[in-house]
Design a protein around this ligand. Structure first.
Ligand code: SAM
Length: 288
């Protein structure tokens, strides 16, 4: 288990002490300032908390059993009689979360945009340990070498969720999976797919005991990605947006595949390439 692995501190349910409800109208309120600070990675790392925008995503998090610390809701929407918002407030309070009934200014300040969603949740992050990755025949996980773009990572998490991938492993210096932009792009899949963070050396050590195959994707790959055999346990290894897979990471792969291209583009966008690979590797499992 890496020292970054976190698990929920308390479980949801009737044993949790009920949360408190406060009304806040000023964006200068210290509680609001603390929540706004979660836009910065340093504060997320210090507190282990992250922001989730929108009622649907907040409900996804609660349904998945993640720890909600604070729920910020639009006072105007509550007064307007939104039933689902009222029910969510009751659920959050029963769970033990604090609830802030906020003015539009407060919500805009936290979301850092106009017309913010009517609910923003402050959740405790969860990371899975590398040792927990367990893949059966035909199952896949994705490893990303130094992914830098939050939109790419969020899209990959969403796609990994859609094909039933078992985990997304962030190798080396990757963008924070709990940034607002990444969480937005996951559309709730942040709560569905275990995310692992590993330094290169940790990944290489884990790789020694991994009995499945690692399929790297590479512009210099000599095997067409459709010709690879995905019937065993497969870890798909995707490269950095600019530099691709490092030589060291490419060398640890069992095979390097390429997605054939026509036209003038040098390469596919990382999230698109990951989607193509995931749907091919899971083709047999994906039947309508
Ligand atoms: N300049 C980089 C290079 O030469 O590797 C391009 C990186 S590409 C934008 C990001 C990643 O997407 C690659 O490292 C690879 O994992 C995947 N990728 C993109 N297009 C691909 C293709 N046609 N075949 C295999 N992998 C591809």
């Amino acid at each position: 288990m890496t020292d970054e692995t976190t698990t929920p501190r308390r479980s949801a349910g009737p044993l949790a002490a009920p949360g408190r409800i406060k009304e806040i109208s000023s964006a200068a309120n210290p509680i609001v300032k603390d929540i706004r600070a979660l836009a910065q990675k340093r504060h997320r790392d210090e507190t282990g908390l992250f922001l989730v925008e929108g009622l649907k995503l907040v409900l996804d998090g609660l349904d998945a059993g993640w720890e909600l610390g604070t729920l910020v809701v639009s006072k105007a929407a509550l007064q307007g009689g939104s039933e689902v918002l009222t029910r969510t407030v009751s659920r959050a309070v029963a769970f033990g979360a604090d609830v802030i009934e906020a003015s539009a200014k407060v919500l805009e300040a936290i979301a850092r945009r106009d017309n913010p969603q009517s609910a923003i949740g402050v959740f405790r992050r969860q990371l899975a340990p590398l040792a927990k990755i367990s893949l059966g025949p035909g199952e896949v996980a994705v490893a990303l070498d130094r992914v830098r773009d939050p939109g790419n990572l969020g899209t990959i998490l969403r796609t990994a969720d859609a094909v039933g991938a078992k985990a997304v492993v962030l190798v080396g210096d990757c963008v924070d999976p709990f940034s607002l932009e990444t969480v937005r792009a996951t559309m709730g899949s942040i709560f569905a797919v275990p995310v692992v963070r590993a330094k290169e050396a940790e990944f290489l050590a884990w790789r020694q005991g991994f009995s499945g195959q690692i399929v790297g994707t590479h512009m210099a790959g000599t095997l067409d990605y459709r010709a690879a055999d995905y019937s065993g346990a497969t870890l798909l290894f995707m490269g950095n947006e600019q530099a691709g897979l490092s030589a060291e990471m490419a060398a640890t792969c069992d095979r390097l595949v390429r997605i054939p291209q026509l036209g003038r583009a040098d390469s596919l966008n990382l999230a698109v390439a990951t989607g193509v690979m995931l749907f091919e590797a899971r083709r047999k499992a994906l039947t309508l």
